[in-house]
Design a protein around this ligand. Structure first.
Ligand code: AMP
Length: 217
């Protein structure tokens, strides 16, 4: 059973590695960022509330975020395992997740932390491009689409996310350091944490992740 959390600062490559993990291990990808973005595009109440926080690079309130994850984890497809990407992001969320997973008897089996040097993150994030239609992520330097500016999967037009603009990105990085970084210690204490060098190539990072998961941790 693989009940995985992937962590790391914004721009560390969580989305890219998540795509490889779900393809390889056949488990659902639970990305709170993707869920909020989809809700925002569909202009649901949740989406409109979340968008205001997201555009400023701030975290969406814990109660809202925990609520959507609780609902998603109760779906049948999570019974065979799951990959949480972008959640938990605060200690309150981590505690709520622990309680929730104990209730349904599906404890976390591994937490993978993509460690990245902060200065290099800014370069990486400003060259990130995403497809607003299907959520695929590209990078002008490290992971280009076949046709410039066009998504390989669905032919959507690639964009720079509003919250990847330097002003918002700095706020996100500060939010990460203040609220999410403490989770590295939290999961280390729980004996669940494995660290990977997020600056290695996409293939090397994925190879390290596969090694960690094959050890069941
Ligand atoms: P991401 O795509 O994971 O970088 O998420 C984009 C934005 O969605 C974040 O900057 C937050 O505004 C919001 N968000 C995603 N996940 C969470 C979370 N676990 N807690 C609070 N806000 C979140």
């Amino acid at each position: 059973m693989l009940n995985i959390i992937i962590m790391g600062p914004p721009g560390a490559g969580k989305g890219t590695q998540s795509e490889l993990i779900i393809k390889n291990y056949g488990i659902p990808h639970i990305s709170t960022g993707d869920m909020f973005r989809e809700a925002a595009i569909n202009k649901t109440t949740l989406g409109l509330e979340a968008k205001a926080f997201m555009d400023r690079g701030e975290l969406v309130p814990d109660e809202v975020t925990i609520g959507i994850v609780r609902e998603r984890l109760s779906k049948d497809d999570c019974a065979k395992g799951f990959l949480l990407d972008g959640f938990p992001r605060t200690l309150v969320q981590a505690e709520a997740l622990k309680t929730l997973l104990n209730e349904i008897n599906r404890p976390i089996t591994s937490v993978i932390n993509l460690a990245v040097n902060e200065k290099l993150l800014i370069d990486r994030i400003s060259s990130r491009r995403v497809c607003p239609k299907c959520g695929a992520s590209y990078n002008l330097l490290t992971k280009t689409s076949k046709k410039e500016g066009i998504c390989d999967n669905c032919q959507g037009e690639l964009i720079l996310r509003d919250d990847d603009r330097p002003e918002s990105f700095k706020v996100r990085l500060e939010a990460y350091k203040a609220k999410t970084l403490p989770l590295v210690e939290y999961y280390k204490k729980e004996g669940l944490l494995s660290e990977v060098d997020g600056l290695a190539s996409i293939e090397e990072v994925f190879k390290s992740i596969q090694e960690i998961l094959s050890k069941g941790k």
